[in-house]
Design a binder for this molecule. Structure first.
Ligand SMILES: [Zn+2]
Length: 303
């Protein structure tokens, strides 16, 4: 079982569609099932309308799913997992402000700032009574490799700091939700963009604390866009609501198949056409730049 888990904070953009396509092909080329799981836990940024639109964008592109779920309907299972971690003595209340952690100026592997585990002594038995953030104590190094051989191992408490599992605003954090849902759906392969590679060790640590099986992880190239003089993960430039006015879904699939290395030309194709000879050996390793001119997508090669 694979899963594709987009954040429903906006419409599907070319980077979302490429990630969905690679995850889907990884599953379908093995004859495996694939679940679509909407990550809609951020109450400030996610709405039911955006989750519906994401499902429609992916269906338009030609992808189908064996299960569809929204994380906001899984609160009971996340809370049960928090109860188990609290019973094991692993949760504590953290009252540190974001500015305090920033002032520590300890760069973290994910591009943010590492936490110094200052509140570890504030262990809680009833996390529901905590007004601030709830963190999980992690001790010891995690060894894990990507399927492509990349070392994803980390001493999480040092490299990132103990992770927040329930945010100050009450929302369950991504790492916990993701791990609990993967286990509930029987996910055996996690295929996703390499921007999430640095958080793999945290997720493995949470899995181990909960006694859950660790799936195989495969991280892949990103689609980048130019923002001023910098390159950033493709996000803001254009969404499927605009793309579909300029491209048919098969045309767009052809462009993404070419950009990712799956096809030698950008000739129109359907996702199903790519199943038979799908192989990670053909997928480009390096991130690729894609520009939106206002009417066309222009592939600019390697980062
Ligand atoms: Zn703290």
């Amino acid at each position: 079982m694979n899963r594709f888990a987009p954040s429903t904070t906006g419409r599907a953009h070319p980077g979302t569609l490429l990630a969905a396509l690679l995850c889907w092909l990884d599953a379908r080329s093995r004859g495996a099932e694939v679940a679509l799981r909407m990550e809609d836990l951020d109450p400030q940024r996610c709405t039911p309308a955006l989750a519906t639109a994401m499902g429609e964008d992916l269906a338009w592109f030609g992808l189908d799913w064996d299960q569809v779920s929204v994380q906001s309907s899984h609160q009971a299972r996340y809370h049960a997992a928090l109860d188990r971690l609290a019973d094991a003595g692993l949760l504590y209340a953290c009252t540190c402000s974001r500015s305090r952690i920033k002032a520590l100026a300890r760069p973290a592997a994910d591009g943010g700032f590492a936490y110094d585990n200052a509140c570890r002594d504030a262990a809680v038995s009833d996390w529901r009574q905590v007004a601030g953030a709830v963190r999980m104590r992690l001790d010891g190094a995690i060894s894990i490799r990507d399927e492509d051989g990349t070392d994803l191992g980390q001493d999480v408490a040092v490299a990132m700091g103990d992770p927040v599992l329930r945010r100050r605003d009450g929302a369950v954090a991504y790492h916990l939700a993701s791990v609990v849902d993967d286990a509930a759906s029987g996910v055996t392969r996690v295929v996703r963009g390499r921007d999430l590679a640095a958080s793999t060790a945290i997720q493995v640590a949470v899995q181990r604390a909960l006694g859950l099986r660790t799936p195989v992880y495969r991280h892949h190239l990103l689609v980048l866009e130019r923002r001023g003089t910098k390159l950033a993960k493709f996000h803001g430039a254009v969404g499927a609501d605009v793309l579909c006015e300029h491209y048919g879904s098969a045309q767009l699939c052809g462009i993404l198949a070419h950009l990712s290395g799956l096809r030698d030309s950008a000739a129109a194709c359907h996702p199903h056409d790519l199943i038979a000879d799908f192989s990670w050996d053909r997928v480009r390793v390096r991130d690729q730049v894609l520009d939106w001119t206002g009417s066309d997508l222009v592939w600019g090669g390697d980062e």
